[in-house]
Design a binder for this molecule. Structure first.
Ligand code: 4NP
Length: 151
């Protein structure tokens, strides 16, 4: 799960998908990263933590890190929050780039529409709740898609 700062959107996406995968009995390893390094080592934004906690998910132990090209070898699939993340991931990954392993997260709900999970960084708490709902729905779709796959 990749966004810009790895403190608002992608930590929620990591927490939500990991939680749903555990609930579904899927042994997935879910991580998140940012295309920028500004917040490396920081915990998620306090409002991302708050909204997650209100929904029964603890993301407080996460620590921000930057996306690296080796993530293409480590992970089967990479979800980005918006098209600028998509372009940054393509740039960072260099020769490891594989367009079949990357998509915008909301394309799981609205296929091919390339809709963005809006960045709540500059806004107030309602924006974080809105983002939680979008990511939650997209993660339900991901789980449904793979629920019958043996891993
Ligand atoms: P995120 O939000 O990409 O959802 O983690 C942001 C967090 C920090 C900044 C930008 C976006 N920033 O410019 O520091």
């Amino acid at each position: 799960m990749v966004c810009l700062g790895n403190i608002c959107r992608s930590p929620l996406a990591e927490g939500i998908l990991q939680h749903k995968a555990w609930q579904a009995g899927l042994q997935w390893s879910v991580e998140s990263a940012g295309t920028g390094a500004y917040h490396t080592g920081e915990p998620p934004h306090r409002l991302s933590q708050k909204v997650a906690k209100l929904n029964g998910i603890d993301i407080s132990k996460q620590s921000a890190r930057q996306f690296v090209k080796e993530d293409f070898e480590m992970f089967d699939f990479i979800y980005v929050m918006d098209s600028s993340n998509y372009n940054d991931v393509r740039r960072i990954s260099g020769k490891n780039w594989n367009e079949n392993k990357v998509d915008l997260l909301l394309n799981e709900i609205f296929p091919g529409q390339n809709r963005a999970v809006p960045d709540p960084w500059f806004g107030a708490e309602p924006g974080f709740h809105e983002v939680f709902k979008m990511i939650d729905k997209a993660c339900d779709m991901i789980i449904k898609k793979y629920a019958n796959v043996k891993i």
